[in-house]
Write a protein that binds this ligand. Structure first.
Ligand code: ADP
Ligand code: MG
Length: 347
């Protein structure tokens, strides 16, 4: 394997065989003797390569297979078929050298001791990882300061707010200076301020290029802020891997048009006027902001040109800004338009 690759997956599949639930007394009794199992193909032939130093976002709807892929990459679960190399090792062997270089945050699970102060959990991790005392102290002080959790470090985890707890989890996962960190839904359930703080920290940390990070999140802002690259997973397969711009191009995001008038705010009548001229399919959305600007999302280049022609005609003095539509919009449109029977029938 080339040394520049932190992760390499070839034809990777994972099938779960959970027991089928029993209905009625007869089935319960017969299932005791001969249990019935179903097949759930969570991953179906994943091909993916991730270079060292990259921050990669794993995207996909609920049940797409993101967490399963993360669990295979951490070695928590074993692939059914295919090969997977992470940091040059097979993750499911869970060798010390592999685990020593890995950090993991599962947004909805805690790796800190509930009744202990955060500092005690961190001390315990320092011992588990056999960290040098001085290096540990300085890394801890730096992380605590950057994530602004100095005031909670001596409190038991159970009394922390969700934002404080997730930030403490992040400190625990980075304290041993891992090479690779997996963050599964790190901002789930956080309020706007905590989400912003965490995102900004991750952005700063992941852009330094010293850490390889894999982030799964439903929040496209997390991905757009922190990641240089994205992998879109759908029905257990990789639909796209590349930069956010290339994903937007592949999904046909369209463009976002922002318009401001020099002398007055836009009103709902202005919006109605434009709406009447363009069919809903050629104007994906039109919104009025509280500051009086108008935001329009056009699905393609032709619609964008037609909308701009009308805007120039009606408001010749307006200032207009055209940019790629947000990733959120592209993903939403993709999933709305590709609701296949296969996906709907998946358990
Ligand atoms: N331990 C398991 N046993 C049975 N099915 C599972 C298990 N873990 C995941 N699945 C199934 O695999 C599919 C992918 O799940 P998951 O990887 O958690 O998706 P995501 O993280 O993208 O929401 C889902 O259909 C889920 O129900
Ligand atoms: Mg998940």
């Amino acid at each position: 394997m080339a040394r520049t690759l932190a992760i390499e997956a070839k034809d990777l599949s994972k099938t779960f065989h959970p027991r089928k639930p029993s209905k009625g007394i007869r089935q319960t009794l017969s299932d005791l003797v001969v249990p019935r199992y179903s097949d759930i193909q969570a991953l179906r032939g994943i091909h993916m390569t991730i270079e060292y130093g990259r921050c990669v976002g794993l995207l996909g709807a609920n049940g797409a297979g993101k967490s399963t892929l993360v669990k295979l990459m951490c070695g928590i679960q074993t692939p059914t078929s295919g090969t997977l190399s992470v940091l040059g090792e097979r993750p499911n062997r869970r060798s010390h050298s592999f685990l020593r270089r890995l950090g993991v945050v599962f947004g909805h699970k805690s790796s800190l001791w509930w009744d202990l102060p955060v500092a005690d959990s961190l001390d315990a991790y320092a011992r588990i990882y056999r960290l040098d005392r001085a290096a540990y102290r300085s890394e801890r002080a730096q992380l605590v300061e950057c994530l602004n959790i100095g005031h909670v470090i001596d409190k038991p985890v159970r009394v922390l707010s969700l934002g404080e707890r997730v930030k403490s989890e992040l400190v625990a996962s980075l304290i041993h200076r891992p090479t690779l960190v997996f963050l599964d839904e790190p901002t789930i359930g956080l309020d706007v301020a905590a989400r912003y703080e965490l995102r900004e920290y991750l952005k700063q940390r992941t852009q330094s290029g010293h850490l390889t990070s894999i982030i799964t999140s439903h929040d496209m802002n997390d991905i757009e802020t922190c990641c240089q690259e994205v992998v879109l997973i759908d029905g257990g397969r990789v639909l796209h891997q590349g930069s956010i711009t290339s994903l937007k191009k592949a999904l046909g995001t369209g463009s976002s048009i922002s318009i401001i008038l020099p002398d007055r705010p836009f009103t709902s009548q202005d919006g109605d006027r434009l709406r009447q001229l363009h069919a809903p399919q050629s104007m994906r959305s039109i919104t009025l902001t509280t500051s009086g600007a108008l935001h329009i999302v056009a699905p393609d280049h032709d619609s964008q040109q037609r909308i701009l022609a009308d805007v120039y005609a009606f408001y010749p003095n307006s200032s207009i800004q055209v940019s790629d539509a947000p990733l959120e919009d592209a993903i939403l449109q993709h999933f709305l338009s590709s609701e296949t029977p296969e996906r709907r029938s998946r358990p």
